[in-house]
Each structure stands twice: as C-alpha cells, then as structure tokens.
Write a protein that binds this ligand. Structure first.
Ligand SMILES: Cc1cc2nc3c(=O)[nH]c(=O)nc-3n(C[C@H](O)[C@H](O)[C@H](O)COP(=O)(O)OP(=O)(O)OC[C@H]3O[C@@H](n4cnc5c(N)ncnc54)[C@H](O)[C@@H]3O)c2cc1C
Length: 431
C-alpha cells in the first residue's frame, strides 16, 4: 500500500517505522530540515516536534492525577510496547540506550504531606488502579535511602513499580534511522490532509492509498464545512476499542464534530524544561515531587544529565523559558536532590503540547484517511498503543515486534532495587 504521512514527530516516526516493517511504501513529509534532534546548549525557544522536548516519562499511574483511567490503561499497554520497540531496534543494531524501566518515585516534603496525600487518594480511588495497575508502594526512610541515596533525607516516598522512561531524542533518531525504505521529504509542509491525498505546499496534491495526519499542532486549520450531498463513510473515533465506549459516553459533543473540525481546535499548551549536568549525582529512576503549587519531576538521562520539568501553561508563547518557571523548577529539584546544587545548567527549552479541548487523544479513521492528535502531556506514554489500535482500525496490522514478554509486575509485586529488568537497552545509571 502507498501511504503518505504528514508529520515526523512521535506518532509519525513510530508509524513510519511500523508501516515500513510491514512492507508498505511510506513517504513522510515534515517542515523540519532533517531527522536530527535540534541542537542543545541553547537557552532559547524552539519550533520542532514536541516529542524532542519531552522528558519521556512513561507514568501511567502517576498521570492518573491528571488524566482518566483510559489514559492509564493505554499507557500501561504502551509500556510493554515501548520495551518491545526498543528490543527490536536493538536487535536491528541500535546501540544507544532508548528505554529504561526501574519504576518511578513520588516524593513529598513533610510540609507538603497534605497535598501529597490528596494526590495519593485520587490515585488510589481511580478505578483503573485497583483493577489493572499496581498501586503506589510507600517506602520507609531506610528503603528510600537504599533505593535512591541522592534524595534528601526525610522525604516521604512512594514507589510506582513498572513505570518507565524513553530517551526521546535517541528514540526519535533511531526510529527514523531504522525505518528502512521510507522516503523522507524534509522541508515539506503539508497544508491539508484528506482521504487518499496530501496537499503539499509548493508541490500540489499527491495521491496515496492512505493519507495520515499526525502533524500535532501543525494540523490546526480553519474548519471545513461538510461537503453537501456526499455520503461519508461512518468514521471510527475514540481512544481505542476499549476506550471508545467510555469516551463516547463522557463526551457526546466531541462525537458530533467531524474529525477535521475537532483537529482544527487543537491548541498548544506551553511546557518548559531545564537540562542539568551533574557528574557524581546518581538517580536510577524518574522522581516526581508532590507539591501544592508545582508538578516537578527530575528524569535521569545518560551522560550525567537530568531533565527537570515541566511547566504547564495555557499559552502558545514559544519564547524562552521564564525566570519564574526556571526558579520554581530548579528550586524544587534542588530541594529533592540537594547534590544538584553544583549541577550546571546546560540547556533550557520551551515547546507546545498539542491538546484538544478535553485534553484527550483523538483517533479518526475512514477509508483512505487516518488522523491522530491531541496527545497533550501523554504523547510518549500513549503513542504505541494508539498506533497499534489505529493500524488495526485501518486494516493494517503492524508487523510483529521482536521483543520479550512485557515486564508487568504481577499482583502488585514491586520492583526492588535488585529486581530491575536487565536489558542492553536499559539506561545505565548516571555516574
Ligand atoms: C515540556 C514537555 C514535556 C513533555 N513530557 C512528556 C513526558 O514526559 N511523557 C509523555 O508521554 N509526553 C510528554 N510530552 C508530550 C509529548 O511530547 C507530546 O504529546 C507528543 O510529542 C505529541 O506527539 P505528536 O507526534 O502528536 O506531535 P509532535 O511530536 O509535536 O510532532 C508533530 C510533527 O508534525 C510536524 N508538522 C507540523 N506541522 C506540519 C505540517 N504542516 N506538515 C507536515 N508536518 C508538520 C512537526 O514538525 C513535528 O515533527 C511533553 C511535552 C512537552 C512540551
């Protein structure tokens, strides 16, 4: 099948890689100058895929604080899929660390315990948690010191077993590099996507058997009026087969909108992050600080790097990181990991998360057309499950991945420090 993809972000590259492995002829269009990650070491604003800016946290349980049970379920499925994607890429010769699964931690200072307990109560009463996902496991002082000695003594802590992280820049690069046979058209902006055709700026209309719109915020267009006297095939919309029912009940108004109209309402939600370089500071897993005012996490990356993020601001301002965000993020990170005091600030970045009015992802399929958008703050968390469902929905089941069985803790069994699954793609702890 000839498939034209608009957008080479998280969704676009994952789709291109999957579809090319399944033997399809894939062409990808993106205005970016090339596949490479944008340069670091700048303190300015950027205009590239949100996927490059992301921290790469895969936190379905912790995100229950911000999202519904469908998101958590999809995210839990995606964890296993990311692991298989990383294993497959490793088997295809990729040597860069792409994925790590050591669980994650939620921590709180004593003064903020009230706020932390409210978050935990929300998590513990979420229907998904008790049914499908392992609940947070409280850690005493000794257990925390053993697990993460760099954390401030006296912090209250909960381990979220099974949570994971991807290395966004490396994963995006690896997916593009290993998507063999894909025709990448960099520097090409897609103006419109319709069934069986992409409208490319300066090139005109190109026909495809399947046109795919995964442009994130770039998909925003003026709503097009319905075509009169045309019989449109019934669209299949929703999160997934399992999530569709709940979504339709919860948001009937969204189903009244045509896919193009809904996607035209995509908005950007500003997020800011800071990269720290701190040789000698060791963190094995992402740490999320529960705080009454800020949601701050610290994510260890290879090379003694730590990504501290992220603000969430209802604004499409792409200007550089503000002083207020920088101070709040860094103060919170320092309070949780005092050894970061001597870290060097090596990079700051602001970008926009593509979000729909209800902050839920949206998949639309009809003959000749697939659109996925609105991944908001969960793009990495949700992409593999959304892509899998979408490909099945379009009758294009993805090629099997060469992975191992998903490392889902059974019966709430927690991953202890010595129990982290071994894999060549696991990130080594920074030294
Ligand atoms: C600060 C920050 C932190 C985040 N942290 C996390 C996290 O820890 N975990 C998580 O799960 N998610 C996180 N996210 C969210 C995640 O990055 C997004 O949800 C995800 O990138 C959305 O994927 P996408 O493919 O839809 O869009 P994008 O990744 O934005 O990709 C869209 C692509 O479309 C291209 N494009 C745009 N316009 C056009 C056009 N006209 N024609 C062709 N191509 C076009 C763009 O160049 C881009 O390559 C974070 C986001 C931010 C900003």
């Amino acid at each position: 099948m000839r498939i034209g993809l608009a957008g080479a972000g998280v969704l676009g590259r994952l789709l291109a890689w999957q579809l090319s492995r399944a033997g399809h002829a894939v062409t990808v269009f993106d205005p970016a100058p090339g596949p490479q990650a944008p340069p670091t070491g700048q303190l300015g604003a950027v205009q590239h895929a949100a996927g490059f800016t992301a921290a790469g946290m895969l936190s379905p349980v912790a995100e229950l604080d911000n999202a519904g049970p469908d998101i958590a379920r999809l995210g839990w499925r995606s964890l296993a899929l990311w692991r298989e994607v990383a294993d497959t890429l490793r088997a295809e010769g990729c040597t860069t660390p792409l994925f790590a699964q050591h669980g994650s931690l939620m921590v709180a200072h004593s003064a903020d315990l009230g706020a932390a307990r409210r978050v935990l109560a929300r998590l513990e009463t979420a229907p998904t948690l008790s049914a499908d996902l392992p609940p947070p496991r409280p850690l005493d002082r000794a257990a925390l010191a053993e697990l993460e000695p760099a954390l401030a003594p006296g912090l209250h802590a909960w381990l979220l077993p099974g949570e994971a992280q991807v290395m966004p820049r490396e994963m995006l690069a690896a997916l593009a590099e290993h998507a063999h046979g894909v025709d990448w058209r960099w520097g090409c902006r897609v103006e419109r996507v319709e069934p069986g055709a992409l409208h490319i700026e300066g090139l005109g209309v190109l026909p495809f058997d399947l046109a795919v719109d995964v442009r994130g915020l770039g998909a925003r267009t003026k709503p097009t009026p319905p075509r009169p006297n045309t019989v449109r095939p019934e669209p299949v919309e929703g999160l997934s087969h399992s999530g569709q029912e709940g979504l339709q009940q919860a948001q009937p108004e969204r189903n009244a909108l045509q896919a193009t109209d809904l996607v035209s309402r995509v908005r950007g939600v500003r997020g800011e992050i800071i990269w720290l370089h701190a040789p000698g500071v060791n963190l094995q897993r992402p740490v999320r600080l529960l705080h009454p005012r800020h949601r701050v996490y610290i994510v260890p990356r290879p090379g003694n790097l730590f990504v501290v993020g992220a603000s969430e601001i209802e604004s499409e301002d792409r200007s550089p990181v503000s002083l207020r965000s920088a101070v709040e993020l860094m103060a919170a990170a320092h309070s949780a990991v005092p050894e970061l005091a001597e870290a060097r600030i090596v990079h700051m970045e602001a970008n926009l998360r593509p979000a729909l009015p209800d902050n839920e992802p949206h998949t639309h399929t009809e003959p000749g057309l697939l659109r996925i958008n609105g991944l908001f703050r969960h793009g990495w968390l949700l992409a593999p499950a959304l892509v899998q469902d979408a490909l099945v929905g379009t009758g294009l089941p993805p090629a099997p991945l060469r992975g191992f069985s998903p490392p889902v803790p059974e019966g709430g069994h927690s991953l202890g420090p010595g129990e982290a699954r071994s894999s060549a793609v696991l990130v080594n702890s920074p030294h």
